[in-house]
Design a protein around this ligand. Sequence first.
Ligand code: APR
Length: 258
Amino acid sequence: MKLDLIRYQLIIKIKMEDQIKEAKAIIEKTSDILVLTGAGISQESGIPTFRGEDGLWRKFRAEELATLEAFQRDPKLVWEWYEWRRGLSKEAKPNPGHYALVNLENGKPNFTLITQNIDGLHQLAGSRNIIEMHGNLWQIRCASCGIVEENHDVPLNELPPKCKNCGVHGRPNVVWFGEMIPMPVIDNILIAIDKCQLMLIVGTSGVVEPAASIGLVAKHTGKTVIEVNIEPTPNSSLYDLSILGKSGEILPALCSTV
Ligand code: APR
C-alpha cells in the first residue's frame, strides 16, 4: 500500500514538472498575458479563502454577509466581518505568488491582472495594471452620497463608519452578491480578454460569476488558458493546462525567466 502511495506521488510530481515546463515555454513566447486571481493566491499570506475549511467567520459564510440585504438588516455585523478581514489584510504581506506576477508584468509588453481579491496585496507587491473586479477593502463608499474614501484605519473608530461628507453610514466599496459589477469594469475585462494571447487563472474556485466565466470566454475566443490551483475546479478540464499546486510555489517556477 505504502509503495503504491509513493509511486502515485512520484507520478503526480513528474506530471507537475512536465506541466510547468510546458507552461513556461508558452509564457516565454507570449507577449500579451492576462491573469485572473482569486482568494487562493492570498491564502499563503495568511488570509483564509471563502470556500476552504477555514472560510467561515463566526459560523457565517460569505454568501450570508456579503449582500445588501445583510447590510441593511445588520450593518454592524457586516462591518464586524469586514473589520476582521481588514485586520487580517493589514497583517498580511504579499507572498512569492504575488511577486511572481509582478515579475511577469515587468517582463511583458502587455499584461493585465484581474483580481477578485479586495485585500490590496497585488498593489502592495507592485502590480500596476490591475482590474479589481470586486472592489477594495480599503475603500468606504457612502451609502447615501456615494463618495468613496480611502481608509486604512484598523480598527475603524466607529462601526459602521460615517461618511465625512454627509454623516450617513458608509459601506465597504465592494461588489456584493446580487449586485452588478460596474459596466466600465466589465468593458475593461472584455478588452483585456480580447487583447491577450494567454490567460493564467490562479487560486479561484470558479464558482462565482461573472469571474467564473472569464476563462471560458478566453478559451472560446481561441486563447490559451492555464490554471494554477491546489485542487481541480469545475472548469479545469476545459483549460489547456491545469497545474495542481500552491500558487506561491508554481508561479515563481512559471515566471522566473521572463
Ligand atoms: N494556491 C493555489 N490555490 C489555492 C491555494 C493556494 N495556496 N489555497 C487555496 N486555493 C484555491 C482553492 O482550492 C479554491 O479553489 O483557491 C480557491 C479559492 O476559492 P474561493 O474560496 O471560492 O475564493 P474565490 O474563488 O476567490 O471566490 C470568488 O466569491 O465570496 C466571493 O467575492 C468573493 O471574490 C470572492 C468570490
